[in-house]
Design a protein around this ligand. Structure first.
Ligand SMILES: *Cc1c(COP(=O)(O)O)cnc(C)c1O
Length: 443
C-alpha cells in the first residue's frame, strides 16, 4: 500500500470522525492501523509499532490473539446476544463463577455493563440506593483528589476536578475529595472523614495506582489503614480496579496486595483481554440483600442493552484462561522484575524525577520548568519521537509511562528502555519560553 492510500483514509477519517480526548483543530492525521499481532500494530504502509500502552491499558495478551478469536467466533455462531432480563446463558454464568473465585471472598454477586464508566455508575447507584433502601439519606461521596473513574456524569462527579470536568462543574454532584494516604497524613485524613462520616454513602478509589491522573502511586499498607477506618465508620467502599485488575499490579488484582476487603469492585479494560467492551461491578451479599424486597421500588433499575453480551463474556473467559496460565503469570513476574531494574537506572538520570512502579506499570516524569499539567507540550514531543521510533507511548503531560501487554518479550522490553534512554540522552532540550525542541547533540 502507498502513502496516497494512507492519506486518503486519514482524510476520510477527518471528514467524518470525532476522536476522543483530541483537539480536532490541531491534531494531526490519525494513523490508519490495518492489523494487530501480539505487541505490534501495523499501519497501512507496513510500519509496525510496539503497543507499549496496551491500547489505552486494555490489551493483555497482545492483539488479535488466536485463542480469544477462536472462542469468540464459536460463540458468535452459537449465540451472539440475548436480553439479560429474564434470560441467562452459559458464558455469563461461567464468567461470574470464575471471576468471583479469584476475588476477595466477600464478593458474591456480579452485575454486568459495558465499560469502566458504567461499571462505576452501577457501583455508585448500588451504594446510594443501598442507603435509600435502608431508609437513610446519605448524599456525600468520598473520593481522592486526583481520581479518575470515567467520563459519564456520575463517574465524572467522583473524579478529580480538572480541565476534563470544567465545563460541567456545576452539574456534578457533591463529593468530598481527600488526598491519597501516606504515613504522614493518615491521621489527618481520618479526622476529615470522621466529621462527615454520617452523610457519606461510599468511598470510591483507584487502589495503589491512579492511572489517568498520571500514574500516581501510593502504598497498599496506607490504603489498608484507610479502608479499615472507613469500615469502622460504616462507609461502603468501591474499589475501582478498572485499570489495576487482571495482573497490572503484578498480582491478579490490587485486592491481592491488601488485607482489607472492599464492598464493591469495578472492572473493565483488561477484563476481555482488550478485545471487547464490557464492564463488571461485583458486590457483597449484604449490598445485594438490601435490594431484595416485596417493594418494587427497591429494585436496582439499571441495565444496558448489551448487558452480559455473550461474545464479550466469552472473550473475558478466554482472556482469563490465558491470564491464569503459568506462562503468563511468569511473564508478569518477569516484566515486574525487568521494570524494577530499569527503575534503578532511571533514578540515576539527571533529566528524570519521581520514578515509580507498581507491578507492570512503570512511570517517570521528565524534569521541566513548565507547568506539569496534562497539557504540558513535552508530552507531545515525546509522543511523536517515540512514534517515529515505532513505539506507541502516550505521555500524560510530562509523565511517561509503560503499560505493556504481558506477551512482550524481555528483548522487546529492553528495546523500549533503550529508546527511552536514547530519547532522553540525545534529543530533548525543551525550551519552555519558545516551545522549541532542540537537539542537545545533533543526530
Ligand atoms: C479507564 C478507567 C475508567 C473508565 O473506563 P472506560 O471504559 O474508559 O469508561 C474508570 N476507572 C478507571 C480507574 C479507569 O482507569
Amino acid at each position: 500500500m502507498n502513502t496516497l492510500v494512507q492519506t486518503r483514509l486519514a482524510e476520510r477519517d477527518k471528514t467524518v470522525n470525532w476522536h476522543p480526548y483530541t483537539q480536532m483543530k490541531t491534531a494531526g492525521n490519525a494513523i490508519p492501523i490495518v492489523k494487530g499481532k501480539g505487541i505490534y500494530l501495523y499501519d497501512d504502509e507496513g510500519k509496525k509499532y510496539i503497543d507499549a500502552v496496551s491500547s489505552w491499558w486494555v490489551t493483555l495478551h497482545g492483539h488479535a490473539h488466536p485463542y480469544i478469536a477462536e472462542r469468540v467466533f464459536q460463540q458468535l455462531t452459537t449465540l451472539e446476544q440475548v436480553i439479560f432480563a429474564g434470560f441467562t446463558h452459559e458464558p455469563a454464568v461461567q464468567l461470574s463463577e470464575n471471576l468471583l473465585n479469584l476475588l476477595p471472598e466477600n464478593q458474591k454477586k456480579v452485575f454486568y455493563s459495558d465499560n469502566g464508566s458504567t461499571a462505576v455508575e452501577a457501583a455508585l447507584k448500588m451504594c446510594i440506593q443501598y442507603a435509600y433502601n435502608s431508609g437513610k439519606e446519605k448524599t456525600k461521596i468520598l473520593a481522592f483528589k486526583n481520581a479518575y473513574h470515567g467520563d459519564t456524569f456520575g463517574a465524572m462527579s467522583v473524579s478529580g476536578r480538572s480541565a476534563w470536568t470544567k465545563p460541567f462543574g456545576s452539574m456534578l454532584f457533591e463529593v468530598v475529595f481527600i488526598d491519597t494516604p501516606n504515613a504522614e497524613n493518615l491521621e489527618n485524613l481520618k479526622v476529615q472523614i470522621r466529621d462527615l462520616a454520617e452523610d457519606i454513602a461510599c468511598f470510591i478509589y483507584e487502589p495503589l495506582a491512579q492511572g489517568a491522573a498520571g500514574m500516581l502511586m501510593y502504598k497498599a499498607e496506607h490504603l489498608d489503614e484507610l479502608m479499615k477506618f472507613c469500615r469502622s465508620e460504616e462507609i461502603l467502599m468501591i474499589q475501582d480496579e478498572v485499570f489495576t485488575g487482571f495482573g497490572r499490579t503484578g498480582k491478579l488484582f490490587a485486592a491481592n496486595h491488601l488485607t482489607e476487603m472492599p464492598d464493591i469492585m469495578c472492572f473493565s479494560k483488561g477484563l476481555t483481554g482488550g478485545t471487547m467492551p464490557m464492564g463488571i461491578t461485583t458486590c457483597t451479599q449484604e449490598i445485594f440483600n438490601a435490594f431484595l424486597s416485596e417493594d418494587q421500588y427497591k429494585t436496582l433499575f439499571h441495565g444496558h442493552s448489551f448487558t452480559a453480551n455473550p461474545l464479550a463474556c466469552t472473550a473475558a473467559l478466554a482472556s482469563m484462561e490465558l491470564l491464569l496460565q503459568e506462562e503468563t503469570l511468569t511473564a508478569i513476574d518477569r516484566i515486574c522484575a525487568q521494570h524494577s531494574g530499569f527503575t534503578e537506572i532511571l533514578m540515576q538520570h539527571p533529566d528524570v524525577k519521581n520514578v515509580r512502579q507498581t507491578g507492570t506499570i512503570l512511570a517517570f516524569e521528565y524534569k521541566t520548568d513548565q507547568n506539569t499539567s496534562y497539557f504540558n507540550e513535552i508530552g507531545k514531543v515525546f509522543y511523536n519521537e517515540f512514534l517515529q521510533r515505532g513505539i506507541i507511548m502516550r505521555p500524560l503531560g510530562n509523565v511517561m509511562y509503560l503499560v505493556p501487554p504481558y506477551c512482550i518479550t524481555s528483548e522487546e522490553l529492553d528495546f523500549i528502555y533503550l529508546n527511552i534512554l536514547e530519547v532522553l540522552e540525545t534529543l530533548i532540550d525543551f525550551t519552555p519560553s519558545n516551545n522549541v525542541l532542540s537537539l542537545k547533540t545533533e543526530k
